[in-house]
Design a protein. Structure first.
Ligand code: SF4
Length: 302
């Protein structure tokens, strides 16, 4: 088994290290504003899966602020004018709403010299043809990645977590995005209630078999966050959660199923620590990453 990590893929694509800026396109979510639902996906916190992203302000201001935060962690030996960033629109559903308004925001980011590309997190049911066309145009200027929150291929789980769309919607959107030449990254949550390990592997197996081939994947550990419907469900009737060992073993089994070129964007969760109810072991990110890397090294040797 050999895996393609995001850091390596970024260096190959841009010839240098690239940093992510968490930004907001000021969108809501149809699964929260009533178009599809009002409660959102059961695992999603009030921040809309983008708890670290900035609140909406003019895009130039957001970029300046996000740069300050990120630059503080970059070694001073890298000159300011040589730093490159991905503008990451993470919170809520970043293609939901008026296409022209969004075009203005995304163009404001793409046109800046230090921005190497865009990454846009969204739902497959919020990518009508005019949105895909807008993304295709932006992609001709700088690389655009579209991140789709699929989480699972299983309809019974999709209903239980109130995802609000069927797998067919994902399939149709995936094809339209790929036909438009866009890079597609899919989010999968491992450990959703009611899912066996085999069901999780089925989701990954399905993604591995997509044609055209999937560009990237984010594997995320399910986090039970305070204030969510999932937290209520968990407190009423706790469902089984991963241990660090079982999580690492499952991630390795998922990685084994993926084609070698699929870029692994994430292998752990990235939830807000102060809202986390369970599993608490996941707050020790360093330990989890060390365990994961050891499990991957073992698998790579075999
Ligand atoms: S689609 Fe995304 S933003 Fe909307 S409720 Fe679900 S996880 Fe949250």
């Amino acid at each position: 088994m050999e895996i393609r990590r995001l850091s390596d893929a970024l260096k190959e694509q841009f010839g240098q290290k690239v940093y992510k800026l968490s930004l907001s396109a000021g969108c809501t979510c149809p699964n929260r504003d009533g178009r599809i639902g009002t409660g959102g996906c059961t695992f999603c916190s009030e921040g809309g899966s983008g708890d670290f992203a900035a609140a909406f302000r003019p895009i130039e201001e957001q970029i300046e602020e996000a740069r300050k935060r990120v630059d503080a962690k970059i070694p001073a030996s890298i000159p300011m004018d040589q730093r490159k960033y991905i503008a990451y629109f993470q919170s809520f559903t970043s293609t939901y709403g008026d296409t022209e308004r969004l075009r203005g925001i995304f163009s404001g980011a793409v046109d800046r010299e230090e921005i190497a590309g865009l990454s846009i997190g969204t739902r497959p049911d919020c990518l009508e043809d005019d949105k895909v066309e807008m993304l295709r145009e932006l992609n001709a200027r700088k690389p655009v990645w579209v991140e789709l929150g699929l989480q699972t291929i299983h309809q019974e789980t999709a209903e239980r977590i109130h995802r609000g769309y069927r797998l067919e919607v994902f399939e149709d959107t995936y094809q339209r995005l790929k036909e438009a030449g866009l890079t597609v990254i899919v989010h999968v949550i491992l450990g959703l209630p009611g899912e066996s390990r085999e069901m999780m592997l089925e989701t990954v197996r399905y993604l591995a078999s997509l044609t055209p081939e999937l560009d990237g994947i984010k594997l995320q550990l399910l986090h039970v966050l305070r204030g969510t419907a999932l937290a209520e469900e968990y407190e009423k009737e706790p469902f089984e959660l991963f241990t660090p060992e079982s999580y690492c073993a499952t991630v390795v089994d998922c990685l084994k199923l993926l084609p070698e070129h699929t870029v692994i964007h994430r292998m752990t969760g990235d939830g807000p620590r102060k809202l986390l109810i369970a599993p608490l072991w996941s707050t020790d990110k360093k330990r989890v990453l060390n365990m994961l890397n050891a499990a991957i090294r073992d698998a790579e040797r075999t």
